[in-house]
Design a protein around this ligand. Structure first.
Ligand SMILES: Cc1ncc(C[n+]2csc(CCOP(=O)(O)OP(=O)(O)O)c2C)c(N)n1
Length: 559
């Protein structure tokens, strides 16, 4: 008997392919341009989070991609929706996050007339994505969606944008489901492993640097074993802290903004840097000063899953095209020297890290952000997820918090403000049982604070900490360095953030002294609703190691 299969529309085929790809949750702001997809999503079983601004929706998709390693999916309408979403696409690009942004587009019949809200997706997103296209033929919808998934997850992961012309979405299609995509795991070949063994045999002071995406527990454990067998100190790249357990005796710290000078010095004197998965971005390389591109590449081994990135920042002594997992499995066959001469440096490196991160520095004013972070470190469970955006406040978090599990920290390496609230919403949607904490500056928070309404709508008990110094503090710091005593455009007059939480239907509390934070945080955590802890602190406390007036004074002295 021949089975009659009712023809699906292109929109239904698209959603069916999302199901085939195992998508659990998509993020959107609705638009009349893609109603057929929304209708198909309604009964699909795929979770749907409706957001208040497309920038927030796209950041949620990025956070989903960071946490799961599978593409975060976001749907927005054309012109104004797509341009709002661009903020999240740029993050996914810089952060190597797999993500797919679907843009409801004008009818194919009116295209290129600059029809209402029409946007040229290829021109607008071309430089930010791995691939941008439009699906003009209903018969090929599955092919396009499947390719989008393969492109987003393979090599160096990143964002894909697919335009969905309105008229195509309602057309019938016979397109069959494609199999679920899986990323290829490139592994080093024998020649590369032999060359690496020779370099390790000759090394006097090797260092391991881990970063980038495409990590899972297996790859992380494999690299930990390698570090233990070779007794190599391990550092994490900027905002990739959870890639290595900070309390493991091989951990040496992170190469972020305001990195431990002793760690930077350790890299400067290392004769073999094995960078695994890290793109060697500007922050991690300490403004490209970690290596001298002309003289020092002989000490760099760059291991990266995307072949096109090898040699892109520095010409390495040895380039290995491998994913973290492919590399971690292969190096199990390498032999450490019988008695590595660098052994004692591991203990020193970990000691330097502990000394740097254990006890907060003294701060001006009644609130010490370091003490707040240490409190969170003490009370939060290991599987808590911390989300944040950008601002100097994050320096305390990076330095004093201890991210002990993969995925425990979700934050943009592109240092885009406004990320902490949407990311927390996405994480709590994905992991209802885990504690999710969003840490924000005051400027940072209001860039996407509207997504607090999304948290209320879905009953997500996220705890949002707003660190309010009434300033775009980071920029004020740079101002004092470059134009001392001439602040401009950096003072902020803020709302009462606790009242903001109440107005949205959440819980809110204000803190003005370090000693009041534990009770306020506990009350916020106990609330059945999303909560905001509004912390007011002195802008003088501008970094863990410098005051604002100290920055100004040094700048004046230099002049
Ligand atoms: C979307 C975006 N816009 C602008 C910037 C530039 N920028 C970096 S930090 C910063 C100020 C952050 O202020 P706040 O959130 O209050 O944190 P603070 O620096 O005071 O700790 C700005 C404007 C950015 N990184 N991202």
């Amino acid at each position: 008997m021949k089975l009659e299969i009712a023809p699906r529309t292109a929109a239904q085929a698209l959603v069916d392919q999302l199901v085939a790809e195992g998508v659990q949750q998509v993020f959107c702001v609705p638009g009349e341009s893609y109603l057929a997809v929304l209708d198909a999503l309604r009964d699909s079983g795929v979770g749907l989070t409706v957001c208040r601004q497309e920038g927030g929706a796209a950041m949620m998709a990025d956070a989903y991609g960071k946490a799961t390693g599978r593409p975060g999916v976001c749907f927005v309408t054309r012109g104004p929706g797509a341009t709002n979403a661009a903020a999240g696409v740029h993050i996914a690009r810089q952060d190597s996050t797999p993500m797919i942004l679907f843009v409801g587009q004008v009818d194919t019949t009116v295209r290129d007339r600059e029809a209402w809200q029409e946007i040229d997706c290829r021109a607008v997103f071309g430089s930010m994505t791995k691939w941008t296209a439009e699906i003009d033929d209903a018969a090929r919808v599955t092919e396009y969606v499947s390719r989008a998934f393969h492109t987003a997850i393979n090599g160096r992961p990143g964002p894909v944008v697919l335009g969905l012309p309105h008229d195509v979405l309602s057309r019938p299609t016979a397109a069959a489901r494609a199999p679920r995509s899986a990323a290829a795991e490139p592994a080093p070949d024998r020649t590369a492993l032999e060359a690496l063994q020779r370099l390790l045999d000759r090394a006097q002071a090797p260092m391991l640097l881990v970063g980038g995406t495409r990590w899972d527990d297996e790859a992380r454990a494999g690299i930990r074993t390698f570090a233990e067998r070779f007794d190599v100190p391990v550092a994490t790249a900027y905002r990739r802290l959870p890639l290595f357990d900070p309390l493991h005796p091989s951990y040496a710290g992170d190469l972020g903004l305001g990195a431990n000078p002793r760690l930077v010095e350790r890299f400067a004197t290392s004769d073999l840097v094995l960078a695994v998965g890290a793109r060697l971005d500007e922050v991690t390389t300490q403004s490209y000063r970690l290596f001298d591109a002309r003289t020092e590449p002989k000490r760099l081994v760059h291991v990266y899953p995307g072949a096109e990135e090898l040699g892109a920042t520095y010409p390495p002594a040895l380039a290995i095209h491998a994913s973290p997992k492919g590399f971690a499995n292969a190096v199990a066959g390498l032999q450490p020297p019988a008695r590595p001469i660098w052994r004692q440096s591991v203990g020193q490196a970990h000691g330097d890290y502990l000394a740097w991160s254990e006890t907060p520095t003294a701060q001006p004013g009644p609130v010490n952000l370091g003490e707040l972070v240490v409190h969170l470190r003490d009370v939060l469970p290991e599987d808590a997820i911390i989300c944040n955006g950008a601002g100097n406040y994050a320096a305390w978090l990076h330095r004093y918090y201890r991210f002990r599990r993969l995925g425990a920290h979700i934050a943009p390496t592109s240092a885009s403000m406004g990320y902490g609230v949407p990311a927390a919403v996405a994480m709590q949607r994905l992991y209802p049982q885990r504690r999710v904490v969003s840490i924000n500056g005051d400027g940072d928070f209001l860039m996407n604070g509207q997504e607090f309404a999304t948290a209320v709508q879905y009953g997500l008990p996220i705890v949002v900490v707003v660190l309010d110094n009434a300033s775009y503090g980071t920029i004020r710091m740079h101002q004092e360095r470059e134009f001392p005593d001439r602040p401009v455009a950096t003072d902020l007059v803020n709302p009462d953030f606790a009242a903001y939480a109440h107005a949205f239907g959440g819980f809110g509390v204000t803190v003005e002294r370090t000693e009041d934070f534990p009770a306020a945080f506990a009350a916020a955590s106990a609330a059945a609703t999303p909560a905001i802890v509004h912390v007011k602190y002195d802008v003088e406390a501008i970094t863990p190691s410098q005051t604002l007036s100290g920055v100004r004074k040094s700048a004046v002295q230099v002049r």
